[in-house]
Design a protein around this ligand. Structure first.
Ligand code: ATP
Length: 235
């Protein structure tokens, strides 16, 4: 579904991604793990069109997307939930969800999708009229994910959805990611919480200083000494 081939991405003179190749197949949860500054967010931003690779190719469902405008990439079926759950704090929960569907003309299906999101995240239904800025961190994460789903993506890019959340909320978020996949959305997940990410993913890539250093089935990486020592707290 998504094929990234040998991309190099720079911030000015700083090279953040060095010949990164990666594949996501339809229906998978693929996770990208790595330390702070390894290049994980840069990779998601490059897929969603916020950054452009200097070299290399990115194909989504057989079409080139590298270098295309972010809006074109959303239309092609990719939604990005950036780090730090940016919701529009002065707008209500429902208005934030509506914004997620702004490119869609199928109003009936949009209304159905909103109901579906309220089923996945019942707390958002309870708070639908509330200003988003007054939600807890976990609720804002749910809203950011809900807003991305409103675009009916085929591929959802999630950047650190568990960051800064209490353990119970982390569990809820990961459970929801599995639910979203069951409903047919493919997921590329960036996480610092390697333990949780590997437990729900099919496959994983380990990224260090801009390089993919290891990849494979998530269950195999959970057992890999290199991963255990560096990312699973020696478990
Ligand atoms: P984190 O979890 O901290 O976001 P990450 O793996 O997502 O880590 P990136 O944010 O992709 O890492 O950063 C990769 C590298 O690019 C880092 O060395 C970082 O300092 C650098 N970088 C990121 N954003 C910029 C920017 N706007 N300008 C210059 N350098 C940047």
């Amino acid at each position: 579904m998504l094929t990234i081939n040998e991309i190099n991405v720079f911030y000015g003179n700083i090279q953040a991604l060095k010949g990164v190749s990666l594949e996501v197949n339809e229906g998978e949860i693929v996770t990208l793990i790595g330390a702070n500054g390894a290049g994980k967010s840069t990779l998601l931003k490059t897929v969603s069109g916020l950054l452009k690779p200097k070299q290399g190719t990115i194909e989504f469902q057989g079409k080139t997307i590298a270098g295309k405008a972010a809006q074109t990439i959303v239309k092609a079926g990719i939604s990005h939930v950036p780090e730090g759950r940016r919701v529009f704090s002065n707008m209500s929960v429902e208005e934030n969800l509506d914004l997620g569907a702004y490119l869609r003309k199928d109003h009936k299906a949009v209304a159905e999708d909103k109901e579906r999101i309220f089923k996945i995240f019942p707390i958002l239904l309870e708070r639908r009229k509330q200003l988003s800025g007054t939600l807890s961190g976990g609720e804002q994460q749910m809203l950011a994910m809900g807003r991305a789903i409103m675009a009916r993506p085929k591929l959802l890019l999630l950047d650190e959805p568990s960051m800064g959340l209490a353990p119970l909320m982390v569990k809820t978020i990961f459970h929801t990611i599995e639910e979203i996949r069951k409903e047919g959305t493919t997921i590329l997940l960036v996480e610092q919480n390697a333990h949780m990410a590997l437990s729900i993913a099919d496959r994983a890539y380990v990224i260090e200083t801009g390089h993919v250093v290891l990849s494979g089935l998530a269950k195999d990486l959970q057992e890999a000494e290199q991963v255990k020592a560096a990312y699973l707290g020696g478990l």
